[in-house]
Write a protein that binds this ligand. Structure first.
Ligand code: FAD
Length: 417
C-alpha cells in the first residue's frame, strides 16, 4: 500500500514504524519476512523509495546467509598490499562478499508486500514519545502517524562532535574490459601503495566480479573530503599502479561515498519507544567505516525479538570496549602517534586474518582483543590511551559544569527529528 504523505485527516496507526527506508530498514524488512513476523501493522516512511544500484556493500561473514544467492561475488582469500609486499590472507571459515544494493532493495520491497506494510512517501519530522506510543510528525508539525515502536534510521550526526572526527571518503570505478585483465579469485582488501595524505591514511582496493569486470576504488580515512577532481586523479594513479591501461577499459559506473569515522556518541535509544538504527544508530564502525554486518546482525535480532512477542530492541552495534578501542585508534592515527600504513600492516601481519576480521565486526572476546591490541605499536598507543582518558575526563567535567546530559540518556519526550 502506498501513501504519499498524509492523505487523510486521520493519521495511520501502526505497531511498528520504520523511519528511513535505506540499508538498515531494508535489512529489517527482509528479516521480518524471513522470521515470519505476522500480525503486526507496519509502516515505512521515506520520501524516497530506494531501488536499483546506489551502493555496493562489501562485508565478511560465514557463508549461508539469506543474501548468498544474490551476492555479486565472494572470495575465500584477500590480499593486503604494502610497499613492502603482498600478503594473501586465507579467510576460512569466513569469506569476503560483495552485495550490490539493487537485490537488497528488491528483497525489501518483496518483504514489504508480503507483510502488508504501509509505505508513506514523505519525510518524517519530530517525534513525540509518551512512553506508550510515538507520534511521528511531518516537517510542518502535523501528525503523520502513530506507532507502538519506531525504528529510526534517518541520517543524523552524532549527539555531539567526537574528540576525533574523521571521514572515510572514497570513489570507485566499475571497470569493464574486452579481454581478461582481472583475477576473479583475488580480491584486494587494502593496497597501501597509494600516495599517503599528510594527515590520514589512503588505500586502493580491487573487487573483481569476473576476469573482465571489477570495482576499483580509492579510499581515504582522513579529516576532510577532497576536491572532486582529486578522486579521479587518485584513481587514475592507482589503476596505473595496478598496470591497467585506462585507454582499453570503460568506466561503466562510478560509486562515491562519505562515511563518518568518529568517536562522537550516536544515541541509540533517544526515548523509550524509539530505537535508532544504521549509521544514525552507531552501526558504522568508527575505525573502518564498515556498517553492513552490524546492520544485518541488528536486523536479525529485531525480527527474532518481534517474532517472540518482545520489543524490537537490538543489542548495541558494538560492545562499549570496542568503541573505546576505536576512539583510541582514531586518536593515535589523527594525532600522528602511529603511522596509518604501519598500524594496519601490523594488525594483519601479527594476527590470524579471522581474528582481525571478527574484531573489526565487533564480535571478538576480550582475550582476542588483548591479542589484537598487543599487535599494535604499544608505546604510541599507550600515549593515545592516556590522551583519550584525559580528554574524556575533561569533557565530562565540562558537561557536568554546563549541565549538558550525557549520551544515551533515556526519557519520555521529544526524540528529535
Ligand atoms: C556509496 C556507499 C558505499 C558503502 N559501502 C559500504 C560497504 O562496502 N560496507 C559497509 O559495511 N558499509 C558501506 N557503506 C556504509 C553503510 O553500510 C551504508 O551507508 C548504509 O546504506 C547505511 O544504512 P542506513 O540505513 O543507516 O542509511 P541509508 O541507507 O542512507 O538510509 C537512510 C534513509 O533515510 C531516508 N531519509 C532521510 N531523511 C528522511 C526523513 N526526514 N524521513 C524519512 N526518511 C528519511 C533516506 O531517503 C534514506 O533512504 C557504504 C555507504 C555508501 C554511501
Amino acid at each position: 500500500m502506498w501513501q504519499r504523505g498524509r492523505v487523510d485527516a486521520s493519521p495511520v496507526d501502526v505497531d511498528l514504524a520504520l523511519l528511513g527506508g535505506g540499508g538498515a530498514a531494508a535489512l529489517v524488512l527482509a528479516a521480518l519476512d524471513r522470521h515470519d513476523v505476522a500480525g503486526l501493522r507496519i509502516a515505512v516512511v521515506d520520501p524516497v523509495h530506494k531501488r536499483g544500484q546506489d551502493r555496493t556493500w562489501a562485508f565478511w561473514g560465514t557463508p549461508g546467509g539469506e543474501f548468498d544467492p544474490v551476492l555479486s561475488a565472494s572470495w575465500s582469500r584477500v590480499d593486503v598490499v604494502t610497499p613492502a609486499g603482498r600478503r594473501v590472507l586465507p579467510l576460512a571459515p569466513l569469506r569476503y562478499a560483495m552485495l550490490r544494493s539493487a537485490p537488497v532493495y528488491d528483497r525489501a520491497a518483496a518483504a514489504e508486500r508480503r507483510i502488508g506494510a504501509v509505505r508513506i512517501g514523505a519525510p518524517a519530522g519530530a517525534l513525540h514519545d509518551d512512553g506508550h506510543r510515538v507520534s511521528v510528525h511531518d516537517p510542518e508539525g502535523r501528525v503523520l502517524l502513530r506507532a507502538g515502536w519506531v525504528l529510526d534510521s534517518r541520517p543524523r550526526p552524532p549527539q555531539r562532535p567526537g574528540r576525533t572526527n574523521w571521514l572515510q571518503h572514497f570513489r570507485g570505478w566499475w571497470l569493464a574490459a574486452d579481454r581478461p585483465v582481472f583475477d576473479p579469485d583475488r580480491a584486494v582488501l587494502m593496497d597501501f601503495r597509494t600516495p599517503q595524505p599528510a594527515r590520514g591514511v589512503s588505500f586502493g582496493y580491487v573487487l573483481p566480479v569476473s576476469d573482465r569486470y571489477a570495482l576499483v576504488e580509492y579510499t581515504e580515512f582522513s579529516p576532510a573530503v577532497l576536491a572532486d577532481a582529486a578522486y579521479d586523479a587518485a584513481l587514475r594513479g592507482y589503476t596505473g599502479r595496478l598496470g591497467l591501461d585506462l585507454d582499453t577499459l570503460r568506466v561503466r559506473e562510478v560509486e562515491h561515498g562519505v562515511i563518518p569515522m568518529t568517536d562522537g556518541p550516536f544515541v541509540t535509544r533517544p526515548s523509550p519507544r524509539v530505537v535508532r538504527l544504521g549509521t544514525a544508530g552507531g552501526a558504522t564502525r568508527p575505525s573502518t567505516g564498515f556498517t553492513f554486518s552490524a546492520m544485518l546482525r541488528q536486523a536479525d535480532q529485531i525480527a527474532r525479538a518481534l517474532a517472540a512477542g518482545g520489543p524490537p530492541v537490538p543489542a548495541p552495534a558494538y560492545p562499549r570496549r570496542h568503541r573505546w578501542l576505536d576512539a583510541v585508534a582514531l586518536r593515535a592515527l589523527d594525532r600522528g602517534h602511529v603511522d596509518g600504513v604501519e598500524f594496519f600492516t601490523r594488525l594483519f601481519d601479527r594476527n590470524p586474518p579471522e581474528r582481525v576480521l571478527r574484531f573489526l565486526d565487533g564480535v571478538t572476546t576480550p582475550v582476542e582483543e588483548l591479542a589484537v591490541m598487543r599487535s599494535t605499536p604499544w608505546l604510541p598507543m599507550t600515549g593515545a590511551v592516556l590522551g583519550d582518558t584525559v580528554d574524556r575526563l575533561r569533557d565530562r567535567l565540562r558537561r557536568a559544569a554546563t549541565g549538558v546530559p550525557g549520551a544515551g540518556s533515556r526519557a519520555a519526550g521529544r526524540a528529535g527529528s
